[in-house]
Design a protein around this ligand. Structure first.
Ligand SMILES: [Zn+2]
Length: 381
């Protein structure tokens, strides 16, 4: 793939969403001459990017052979940090996650131990994969990201991590292009590509240690001017009076409704909880006090989300995260709150649902972004 020319990239683009094509179909899709297509295909077959298989008789009676992507021709490395875990994985050019390992961390411990650990795990994961087939590395983090700097920016729950230049560090060690992305954005990409490709405007909300969202607007991921778009957890609500947030402001949604805020509150009630997963477990056990708190928290998230709905008019909101997994009340309360507060036209065709992608959602989103960045070489959507 290293020596792929501009026209060959156009040829590769044809295979996006199309499992197999004939040369004639490629010619039609690209508008290139037969010679250009033939030359480009020959090179892509030679580099193992494409494979050829005999087809059945075509309409013209001639035996057309089919071309398809060789799923083993390229691999993306993925490192995904959440507040409480780190996952390292490899995906292929079909966007399938082939192998992944996950380990518990506390992102608040800072990068000194965790960062070298992530490098070691990725080295291990890349073992056995020829260097020429390693396309790049996607890194997901639970905080706002600057793509220009390759760093996290003012991360409320990633103190100390802003000294790491992810792009530079991974490039120096692996010699590969590296792309840093916010976790909610990766989840939004996964939902949009893999579950709801026909929804042009989708909001993904992650409710876990922090609260964040990823915005797909007109089929494109919307990062905003500085990468902070979707920072729904730091919308301030009048109903919350004088509660300090970790971002330095007061009365943010997160200051009441996030996993970290709930952990603090629930501890004062005498419970031993470490994180949002523990809270979800208490919900599953039917603890009424905790369920009431989580319901109240969900209603505040709904308040903020109603503002987002009025502003952006999405047709789909997908809710995910460890707190959501604990009880159906989170979804039900958010729905009630959004439909009550947002305008009638903005909610006319709106559906709010929980994610069905499961634990691998962020890795699947990372795999999709990896294909965009390193294989198809288009901007994320
Ligand atoms: Zn805040």
């Amino acid at each position: 793939m290293n020596s792929t020319s501009h026209s060959e990239r156009d040829l590769i683009q044809c295979f996006r969403g199309r499992p197999q094509l004939t040369r004639a179909e490629i010619q039609e899709l690209t508008g290139f001459s037969r010679v250009t297509v033939s030359h480009g295909i020959k090179h892509l077959l030679g580099s193992d990017t494409l494979i050829e298989s005999a087809g059945t008789l075509s309409h013209g009676g001639r035996n057309a052979s089919y071309l398809s992507l060789n799923e083993n021709s390229g691999y993306v490395g993925i490192v995904y940090f959440s507040a409480t875990s780190m996952s390292v994985a490899i995906s292929n050019i079909k966007g399938e996650v082939l192998k992944s390992t996950s380990t518990s961390i506390s992102i608040e411990d800072g990068p000194d131990q965790i960062f070298p650990q992530s490098i070691a795990l990725l080295k291990e994961s890349f073992k056995g994969i020829n260097k020429s087939k390693r396309l790049g590395v996607i890194i997901g983090v639970p905080g706002p990201v600057s793509h220009e700097l390759g760093k996290v920016v003012s991360p409320p729950i990633m103190r100390g991590w802003d000294k790491i230049n992810f792009h530079q560090e991974f490039h120096d060690i692996f010699g590969l292009p590296t792309y840093l992305e916010n976790d909610a954005n990766l989840l939004a990409i996964a939902e949009h590509r893999l579950v709801y490709p026909n929804e042009k405007n989708l909001i993904l909300v992650k409710i876990a240690t922090g609260i964040g969202s990823g915005l797909i607007l007109n089929n494109q991921l919307h990062r905003g001017s500085n990468g902070s778009a979707g920072d729904i957890g730091h919308i301030q609500l009048d109903a919350l009076k004088g509660i300090a947030c970790r971002c330095g402001h007061t009365d943010c949604v997160e200051s009441f409704a996030s996993g970290w805020a709930l952990v603090e509150k629930i501890r004062t009630l005498g419970y031993k909880v470490e994180n949002s997963k523990d809270i979800a477990e208490l919900c599953r056990k039917g603890d009424t006090k905790i369920l009431n708190l989580v319901t109240e928290a969900s209603s505040y998230i709904g308040h903020a989300l109603a503002d987002a709905v009025n502003l952006l008019n999405p047709s789909k909101i997908v809710i995910t995260g460890s707190l959501v997994d604990g009880t159906d009340l989170v979804l039900a309360t958010i729905k009630e709150s959004v439909y009550q507060r947002a305008g009638a036209l903005a909610t006319k065709n709106l559906q709010i649902e929980t994610s069905q992608l499961g634990e691998d959602a962020a890795l699947l989103g990372s795999a999709q972004l990896g294909l965009d960045q390193f294989f198809y070489k288009v901007s994320a959507s």
